[in-house]
Design a protein around this ligand. Sequence first.
Ligand SMILES: C[S@@+](CC[C@H](N)C(=O)[O-])C[C@H]1O[C@@H](n2cnc3c(N)ncnc32)[C@H](O)[C@@H]1O
Length: 275
Amino acid sequence: MRKLKLPEARKLWEPKTFKPKPSADRRDIPQFPNPTDPEPEKVRLLFNGLAGKYEQFNSVSSLGLDRIWRNSLIRSVGLENLEGKVVLDFGTGTGDLIRNLAQKNQRRDTILIGMDFSKAMIQWAKTNLEKIKRGEKSQIEFLCASGENVPLLSESVDVVMSAFVLRNIRKIMIPVLSELKRVMRPGGKLFFLEMVVPENSVLKFFHRLYLKSILPLVGYSLFKKNWSGSYLSETILNFGKPAQFSQILIELGFEDVCFSTLSGGMAVLHRARKA
Ligand SMILES: C[S@@+](CC[C@H](N)C(=O)[O-])C[C@H]1O[C@@H](n2cnc3c(N)ncnc32)[C@H](O)[C@@H]1O
């Protein structure tokens, strides 16, 4: 893979011009983030508004694929590698991924930390945690904090994992990745799951149709005025290619950088290791 200098790699993430549809500017809808250059504060407010029905939305809108993709991430992390390890779930949301990991992990000496900057998401994550067994619960801590300023010691985390967060941190990609790298131990592993546009042209056509027509229907019927307008679909449609994100990881000094696509390329799992 050709190596890019950091400024060059950053250019790959420069936002394209985005023209919001008139409906997205209606007065009764809160101001949603710009999908190609999302302002962190607007992202935080958006997810505060979605928190209550977020898990329901995920499973209905992805027809259960979100769960299959999170399971792939967990398989990649490898339950056999978690003895005495510290795992950080960055952008944990309502805690779906980290609860799933806790339920599968037999070891009680793993420390699982779910971190998110949306207070409402963290509150739901704590409420949802009550639904699982005591032993599984005891492994999990939740932190309300931003990826730009992670309140953890340098070199304290063995595994950083994250699902469906990358598209939301495009504006602050380099500071967040650098901060995550700071808290990782040398040899620590990084796993990022994200939704992308499939390469296959037939699948791409139906994927786009789905994002533009079905997804807004599901979103609006569940969230009403809190629905994010075209934000979700536009962030998926306008996100860079997986290889471009790999190049950024390489430029930041990560090693063993690679990715694999899932479900015909509708999702991608990025992996890397801190040297
Ligand atoms: C699409 S949700 C994904 C939630 C969860 N990971 C899942 O698998 O369902 C993205 C989450 O990332 C969080 N997030 C976005 N930017 C963040 C940042 N800069 N710092 C911390 N959390 C962030 C949002 O608040 C939101 O809960």
